[in-house]
Ligand binder design. Structure first.
Ligand code: OGA
Ligand code: MN
Length: 278
């Protein structure tokens, strides 16, 4: 079966068929997948059967993998795999349950943020527990030239703990551990190294403030940007099926989880996170 790429929305996302990620991809196959990843920012691979080793091997072709700071959520033998899970084993949740209930891009609170993430659904609810995605490149391009010029050159502080201190969805604070990572700074607008498109690089989850603005100005501008980026008409909603592997570009998108399902609906995912070495 040959590789086929079908766009999902005109702004972002494509479904890729004819590829089995459990086997090493040929260079030609990988190049086609890589090109689709850069073009569409999000790729959905259906009906996959991925061992931790295979997920790590495929993800590594994009760059080095990051190990999540919440070590308890990582797979013991494979710390590159971070578990998003509400499934309990011996009375203990096996991974991070109800992760990312706020708009964010993965690991922007790290000095070197992430290039992309691959989330693989081993067990998913029959319905509910979708993931939402929005393009930060499209967000920048739909601002006025005046706003674009104002933002370009600004820097923002990012901190993991922000998401748990009322910065984002307050529900996300419940029972979450506080952060051991110090705050970091990143540009508010970043040029994507592979597409050359400018992307808004702030998010509801981890961005605390824009350094060069007064606190009230920063609050208003961040609030506006987060709302602008994630307006309903530009959002892609991924409805999970067991065996879905979803690869997204953290440089070009923000995403959030939706916790509209309960613990009676098991949801168990393996995530690998690729580092941005650019
Ligand atoms: C993540 C994340 C979304 C989800 O793992 O980074 O945001 O739907 N997960 O579980
Ligand atoms: Mn995430």
């Amino acid at each position: 079966m040959s590789l086929e790429i079908k766009p999902i929305t005109p702004i972002l996302g494509a479904e890729v068929s004819g590829v089995d990620l459990s086997r090493p991809l040929s260079n030609a196959e990988f190049d086609a997948v890589h090109r689709a990843f850069v073009t569409h920012s999000l790729l959905v691979f259906r009906d996959q059967n991925l061992s931790p080793e295979a997920q790590i091997e495929f993800s590594r072709r994009f760059g080095p993998l990051m190990v999540h700071v919440l070590k308890g959520a990582n797979l013991e033998d494979h710390p590159e795999i971070y578990r998003v899970s509400n499934v309990k084993k011996d009375g203990k949740t096996q991974g991070r349950s109800y992760a990312g209930q706020y708009w964010h891009s993965d690991l922007t609170y790290e000095p070197r943020p992430s290039l992309g993430s691959l989330l693989y659904g081993l067990e998913v609810p029959e319905f509910g527990g979708d993931t939402l995605f929005a393009s930060t490149a499209h967000a920048f391009e739909t601002l006025s030239p005046t706003m674009q010029a104002m933002l370009d050159g600004l820097t923002a502080e990012h901190h993991f703990a922000h998401a748990f201190r009322g910065g984002a969805n307050p529900a996300a604070r419940k029972g979450d551990p506080l952060d051991e990572r110090p705050p970091v700074r990143h540009p508010v607008v970043r040029t994507h190294p592979e597409t050359g498109r400018k992307c808004v690089f702030v998010n509801e989850g981890f961005t605390v403030r824009i350094i060069e603005l007064e606190p009230k100005e920063s609050e208003a501008v961040l609030g506006f940007l987060c709302q602008h980026m994630t307006r309903s008409q530009v959002v892609l909603r991924h409805r999970w099926r067991t065996g879905d592997a979803v690869l997204w570009d953290n440089r070009a998108l923000v995403h959030r989880a939706v916790d509209d399902y309960g613990d009676d609906q098991p949801r168990h995912m393996h995530r690998t996170t690729i580092e941005d070495t650019d």
